[in-house]
Design a protein around this ligand. Structure first.
Ligand SMILES: NC(=O)C1=CN([C@@H]2O[C@H](COP(=O)(O)OP(=O)(O)OC[C@H]3O[C@@H](n4cnc5c(N)ncnc54)[C@H](OP(=O)(O)O)[C@@H]3O)[C@@H](O)[C@H]2O)C=CC1
Ligand SMILES: C[C@H]1O[C@H](OP(=O)(O)OP(=O)(O)OC[C@H]2O[C@@H](n3cnc4c(=O)[nH]c(N)nc43)[C@H](O)[C@@H]2O)[C@@H](O)[C@@H](O)C1=O
Length: 365
């Protein structure tokens, strides 16, 4: 990529897309192309075709997708498979038709089997049954990998697929129902601490900026307490505050700071081609995608304690086992990525601190 190459970042307002834009700008790329969802619906084939014909981007980062945590994936199953298939089919196919030089497709480590051997190597794809909660999303992502791989093989395109582990960072989703675990716990524990200290001004500010269904900054204390209870933030009979953690707390997860993720994406776009991961000695070309992660995981119970220490919450955690655990372990094998010359920089402890600072600053606490 040259500094003046026309680079389209799809999903530029999201967690990863915004970090990719920031990284590209910091590196001096000066011809970035972006479109808001409201101005270009990537599930709409006609709109995407016109956009590519008019704009002719040279490089594409596909970071737009229907994304959410374990409950959102499990509940909105139809939306997750349909929208993701449509977005990737439209963007990848139009990239091929319009001569895009290189594209990066973002998948997810949920493509690997539920009981995958650990750590998960790229070659473990399609070796067993998927985790039920996110099966539709995972199947769309697997289709995305195969779409890129098949176009590369048949048409000679240069489309790279990367499979990131769980991500977090600036512009994350803090919705208590639909978000991923890390932003959800930061917000629940933050609100739990405010309740513990009777800091209603902090609670009101948070709700003004990020209303929860049924309450905002102007709601009464009783209205707020009722809705908080529904989301697992409550005063117990002995007066201590309890914050609910979904599931048993035993699942292990691996977390990567979104700006590290963006750095890895730009690094791979700058330095790697499909031919680097293509195995010329093999007659069958498969599993050419690349895992992106840290290779380090932590239990959800221990993650909750790390966040508690960062925020200074003194109350207790209650594990709600009626909520799903999902996969018990999904640690990436990052040998391929490390051998290509990239390693993460931000530790989980530093990332949680940065994430809490971003959340506090952005939502005016
Ligand atoms: N977050 C994570 O932990 C992980 C994410 N990933 C993958 O990384 C990629 C980026 O995810 P992330 O940044 O977290 O997601 P976000 O939800 O933060 O951002 C996704 C972006 O895509 C846009 N978008 C969604 N649907 C459409 C559409 N139909 N047309 C146009 N734009 C659309 C969204 O716009 P709007 O909000 O306006 O709809 C949003 O800006 C995705 O492919 C995801 O699957 C993989 C593993 C983990
Ligand atoms: C990135 C990845 O994200 C999704 O998979 P997931 O890793 O299971 O996602 P999660 O972050 O929502 O949960 C991680 C763990 O944490 C537990 N947990 C506790 N308490 C809360 C909580 O309050 N909110 C959430 N969301 N989870 C909680 C939760 O029960 C689970 O055991 C995929 O569907 C798919 O989108 C995908 O690829």
């Amino acid at each position: 990529m040259n500094k003046d190459s026309k680079i389209y970042v799809a999903g530029h307002r999201g967690l990863v897309g915004s970090a990719i834009v920031k990284t590209l700008k910091e590196k001096g790329y000066n011809n970035l192309l972006t479109r808001k969802h409201a101005d270009l619906d990537l599930t709409n084939t006609k709109q995407v075709a016109s956009f590519f014909e008019d704009e002719k981007p040279e490089y594409v980062f596909l970071a737009a997708a229907k994304v959410g945590g374990i409950i959102a994936n499990n509940v909105y199953r139809g939306e997750f498979i349909y929208e993701n298939l449509m977005i990737q089919n439209n963007v990848v196919h139009q990239s091929y038709l319009n001569g895009v030089k290189k594209l990066m497709f973002l998948g997810s480590t949920c493509i690997y089997p539920k009981n995958c051997p650990q750590p998960m190597k790229e070659d473990y794809l399609l070796t067993d049954t998927l985790e039920y909660t996110n099966e539709p999303y995972a199947i769309a992502k697997i289709a995305g990998i195969k779409l890129c791989e098949s176009y590369n093989i048949q048409y000679g395109t240069n489309f790279i697929s990367v499979m990131p582990t769980n991500l977090y960072g600036p512009n994350d989703n803090f919705d208590l129902e639909r978000s991923h675990v890390l932003p959800a716990l930061i917000r629940k524990i933050h609100l739990g601490k405010a309740l513990e200290n009777d800091e209603w001004n902090i609670i009101s500010k948070d709700l003004d900026n990020l209303p929860i269904e049924g309450i905002d900054g102007k709601s009464t204390k009783n209205e707020i307490l009722k809705v908080f209870e529904k989301y697992g933030i409550k005063k117990t009979v002995d007066g201590t505050i309890a914050v609910e953690i979904w599931g048993t707390g035993k699942p292990m997860r691996e977390f990567l700071w979104s700006e590290d993720m963006a750095d890895a994406c730009v690094f791979l776009m700058e330095h790697r081609d499909f031919s680097d991961v293509y195995r010329p000695t093999s007659k069958e070309i498969r599993n050419t995608h690349i895992n992106i992660g840290t290779g380090i995981d932590i239990s959800i119970a221990d993650l909750s304690e790390l966040i508690r220490n960062q925020i200074g919450f003194k109350g207790k955690f209650e594990f709600n086992t009626s909520k799903p655990d999902g996969t018990l372990k999904k640690l990436t094998d990052v040998t391929k990525l490390n051998q290509l010359g990239w390693q993460h920089k931000i530790s989980l402890e530093v990332g949680i601190k940065k994430q809490y600072e971003w959340y506090s600053k952005s939502y005016g606490h």
